[in-house]
Design a protein around this ligand. Sequence first.
Ligand code: PRP
Ligand code: MN
Ligand code: MG
Length: 180
Amino acid sequence: MHPDVEKLLFSRADIDNKVHELGSIISRDYAGQDLLMVGILKGAAVFMADLIRAISIDVSIDFMALSSYGASSKSTGVVRILKDLDKSIQNRHVLIVEDIVDTGLTLTYLLKILKARNPAGVRICTMLDKPSRRKADVPVDYNGFTIPDHFVVGYGLDYNEKYRNLPEIYVLKEEIYRSK
Ligand code: PRP
Ligand code: MN
Ligand code: MG
């Protein structure tokens, strides 16, 4: 284990099983429809790469990169689009792919933006859901695991841009994020 992590939360096997479970459900739900999966950079990149390979129907993919507005504060929930979608989503079935829903502010804002573009529908798929920190009600349609209020890293999730490459999901040691 990485020296900065306190414990393992979800192993490779836990993650693989969950990704395949989600992939089957999504493939069934979107059968016969024009599905566009949208990964939210950077956190969702790893989950997105695994999830699309667990989808058994035709699917297109795209990515968006968002940034919280203002000086490192995430509290307003107002996000700036750093990278937008390549094409129109009008009349398409959009599935947003996230690594974690925390306060829900990022997705609340993003949902508003995407719905204004008149897609056929927008749903949310997240690997992790931390409902105890929610500030805005977000409709999570597909959820991997519900987790308590721990600082988690790995499998795309970072602390200060670090630990995204860890292949499993871990709880970060408190001393790492308290000391900074
Ligand atoms: C993290 C995470 C989600 C968002 C969830 O992204 O990947 O996108 O925060 O937080 P919220 O529900 O409280 O809005 P971050 O802004 O850290 O960017 P990153 O994906 O590049 O790490
Ligand atoms: Mn993110
Ligand atoms: Mg982050």
